[in-house]
Structure formats: structure tokens, C-alpha cells
Write a protein that binds this ligand. Structure first.
Ligand code: AKG
Length: 426
């Protein structure tokens, strides 16, 4: 079927005829989004957060902690690709870029140093095990901070590293104090937080907060948490530590974006993402999905922080590096993200795009389409030409050229040669 680019803008309650919209039938009332953040919600950081981009964080061969972007099944980034990705993420505007542990391999260490030397605006972090051997190597690379992690659930304590909470606490203190002594940021995170004992968790977080850690991290390592559990844990943690709170969420049950949003509502300050969500198994919160969700809550804030028209380029870069295609359902950049098909939608979109769009394609450097070469097409998409297109489309799907011909015949007066629908409605 045919897709016609439509070049009209959201008018925030004003129709294309200049008539003021009257939501709820109340003359003069402004449109209100009942789901927008409530000002009374003093904990919420939905409009005050930072992104820690983990696409370039990979595995450490000899350990069992869960890695991210570079550990996506298809991922292998050589130095040139890592640098291109780091530059693209920086140009997009993420606040932090997290890299593979320099203790993982000699190449990881030299890549980490090379990225630190690029002089990017984003802060560079590396992600290490809670171990002095790793910490000593990490602080020599030139990073702005070190993210330290160790498993705290009984599963990981028993079947992974085999250490108890007393050992974990003692080592955490030693590593954190060492990294702090080098004058760079340090974060402490508990792997598999949602299956860890709450008393153990709060106790270790309080301890590291007291010795001056910059952030504590919560990780849904197996993707088991739901939004209410995320809200409860982060909300509780917010009341026991004064440092920042980071969250890392796997997407095994499709909750990663919703859980990230909920974590911010509960007071988290930093969200881990990866481009297209790539990571272990089905990955983590995707950068584009998170941006879409937070843009819906506060477009001006998100636009002021990030170069949104670069999102597609960043996603294409990663998609080609890991040899996947962008899913049709991907927020913002999916093939159909701004395509309207149903006739009734087309009419409303032509009057005011906000009727059926919460994201403005033009804010992401993208174009809106109205699909017309199919049997659901309506009068308002192509007015007089509709009947003819329906008739022809009942026989077979209409090609771009077929539709061009119909439109030329019926609309010589109002349709440009490139079929820009909507220009005449402005
Ligand atoms: C995970 O637990 O899935 C990780 O990748 C570690 C998260 C963290 O460091 O907070």
C-alpha cells in the first residue's frame, strides 16, 4: 500500500483551521493529559534523570556477572566500531558511557584508554567486579568513574561467587574507598537485587552510602520485577540512602521500559540503557524506548537534553554492527511508527496530528505518513480520489505509480507532483 508523507505540525489544541480545541466540551479549556506526572509527586525524577549508556559494556571472561551490550549474542565491537559508537552516543547527548572492564582483556583495557582520550562530553565509566584486582586496573585507564557490582541474591552467593554478606560488605568498603581515593566517581551495585534479601540489601546500601559512594545501583538481572516491585524497592531505598540511585533492568518479560519509568517516579536518578536494548538474553531498557517514554511525559525537557534527530543514526549504527534489523514495532524508529492507515485516523491527523500521535515525528527528524493505497482509506485522506483507489485496491494492491496516477487525475489542483497530502489543509 502507499504511504504519503504528511507535512503538518502538532498544534497543541488548535486545529489546522485555527479553531481552539475544546477538550471535555468546556469552552476555552486546555487539553490535559491525565497521565502526565503530578506536581505533587515530590519523589519523581521523570524530569530530572541521567542516562548511563551500556551498549559498549561487555563481558569479563572469567566471571559470572551479567554483562551488557557487547555481550548481545551477535556483538563483537572492534576498536574502530567502539570509537564510532562512543562518538555517536556522545553526540546524541547521553550523560555517561559505560565500557567493558579493562580487566577483561588487554584489548578492552586499551580500548577503554582510547575512548577516555577522545575528550567526549559524556563521562566515561567502566564496570568491574567488586574486587581490588579489577579496581587497581580500572583507575589507571583515565575513566571518570567506576561501576562496581557483586551478586547479593542467595542464588548468586551460593552458585556464583560463593561469598557471604560479611565478605561482600568488607570488600565493597575496600574497593569503594580505594576508587574514591583516586578522586573519581564510584557506584556500588547489587546484582540480582530483586531476589536478594531486603534486609541484606538495605544494610549494605546504607553502609556504602555512609562511606561516600556516589550512587548505589539496583539490578533486575533476570528481568523478574514488575513496576510495583520496582517502585517499592526504589522508594524504600530512597528513604535510607542520600546518594544517587541507578537502576539496571533486563527485559525478559517486556517490562524494562515501564520499570525504568517507575524507578524514576520512585526517586531513581540514573537509568542504564543500551541502543535497541541489546544485551544478555533479550537485553535491557532500550535507549530509544526510554527516550520515547520520557518525551511523552515531558517533551521540552527531553528535547533540551538530547539530540533526538540523531536517534535513528545511532540505532542504525548499532543495528549494522550487530547485524540485526530494527523491529517494526520499535518506538520512534520502527518502520510504521508514524504511519497512519485507518481512514478515521487520517481525517483527524490531517486536522490535528495530536489526535493520534503522542510523539511528534519532526522532533526526531522524521516524517509522518498517511497510508492511502488500501481498502481502509477514507475521504479525508484523499477526498475525491478515495473511491477510485478503493475500487482499484479491491482488485489488487495499488503501487505507488497507480496511486500517483489516480491522484494526478483527481487532484491536479491541490496535490503537488510529490503527493504531499496535508499541505493544502494548512
Ligand atoms: C546485571 O545485573 O544484569 C548487570 O549487568 C549488572 C548491573 C549493575 O552493575 O548494576
Amino acid at each position: 500500500s502507499q504511504m504519503v508523507p504528511v507535512n503538518i505540525s502538532h498544534t497543541n489544541g488548535t486545529t489546522t483551521n485555527g479553531v481552539k480545541a475544546r477538550p471535555n466540551g468546556i469552552p476555552g479549556a486546555q487539553p490535559r493529559n491525565p497521565y502526565a506526572p503530578r506536581y505533587a509527586d515530590f519523589l519523581s525524577n521523570v524530569s530530572n534523570f541521567k542516562i548511563i549508556e551500556s551498549t559498549l559494556r561487555g563481558s569479563q571472561s572469567s566471571c559470572l556477572y551479567a554483562p551488557e551490550g557487547e555481550q548481545f549474542a551477535n556483538a563483537f565491537f572492534d576498536t574502530k566500531t567502539k570509537i564510532a559508537i562512543a562518538k555517536a552516543l556522545d553526540a546524541f547527548g547521553v550523560e555517561y558511557i559505560e565500557l567493558t572492564s579493562p580487566a577483561a582483556s588487554e584489548q578492552s583495557r586499551s580500548d577503554c584508554e582510547a575512548i577516555c582520550k577522545l575528550g567526549l562530553k559524556a563521562k566515561i565509566l567502566t564496570h568491574i567486579r567488586c574486587h581490588m584486582d579489577d579496581a587497581r586496573i580500572a583507575v589507571e585507564t583515565g575513566v571518570d568513574g567506576v561501576d562496581v557490582v557483586i551478586g547479593t541474591s542467595s542464588f548468586l552467593r551460593e552458585f556464583s561467587h560463593g561469598k557471604d554478606m560479611a565478605y561482600i560488605t568488607k570488600t565493597a568498603i575496600e574497593v569503594i574507598e580505594f576508587v574514591k581515593s583516586k578522586g573519581i566517581e564510584v557506584r556500588f551495585s547489587s546484582e540480582d537485587s530483586f531476589r536478594s534479601d531486603l534486609v541484606d540489601l538495605l544494610s549494605i546500601y546504607q553502609t556504602v552510602d555512609k562511606i561516600g559512594v556516589n550512587r548505589v545501583g539496583v539490578a533486575d538481572t533476570v528481568g523478574c520485577a514488575n513496576p510495583r516491585q520496582v517502585y517499592d524497592l526504589v522508594r524504600t531505598l530512597r528513604s535510607v540512602v542520600s546518594c544517587d540511585i541507578e537502576i539496571h533492568l533486563h527485559n525478559d518479560t517486556g517490562m524494562a521500559i515501564a520499570n525504568a519509568y517507575t524507578a524514576l517516579e520512585a526517586g531513581a536518578t540514573h537509568i542504564d540503557t543500551s541502543v535497541l536494548g541489546i544485551g544478555e538474553r533479550v537485553g535491557i531498557t532500550s535507549l530509544g524506548g526510554l527516550v520515547a517514554c520520557l518525551y511523552a511525559a515531558n517533551p521540552e525537557y527531553v528535547k533540551s537534553k538530547y539530540n533526538l534527530s540523531m536517534l535513528r543514526e545511532v540505532e542504525n549504527l548499532i543495528a549494522s554492527a550487530v547485524e540485526v534489523s530494527i523491529p517494526f514495532s520499535n518506538p520512534i524508529t520502527g518502520y510504521c511508527a508514524f504511519t497512519h492507515k485507518a481512514g478515521i485516523h487520517a481525517k483527524a491527523i490531517l486536522n490535528n496530528p495530536s489526535t493520534y500521535e503522542i510523539l511528534k515525528p519532526e522532533d526526531f527528524g522524521l516524517t509522518r505518513y498517511v497510508s492511502i493505497g488500501h481498502r481502509l482509506t477514507g475521504w479525508n485522506a484523499i477526498k475525491d480520489a478515495t473511491n477510485k483507489i478503493k475500487e482499484l485496491a479491491d482488485v489488487r494492491t495499488q503501487s505507488m505509480e497507480d496511486v500517483d496516477t489516480v491522484l494526478r487525475v483527481y487532484h491536479t489542483g491541490i496535490v503537488n507532483g510529490d503527493f504531499l497530502v496535508g499541505e493544502s489543509d494548512k
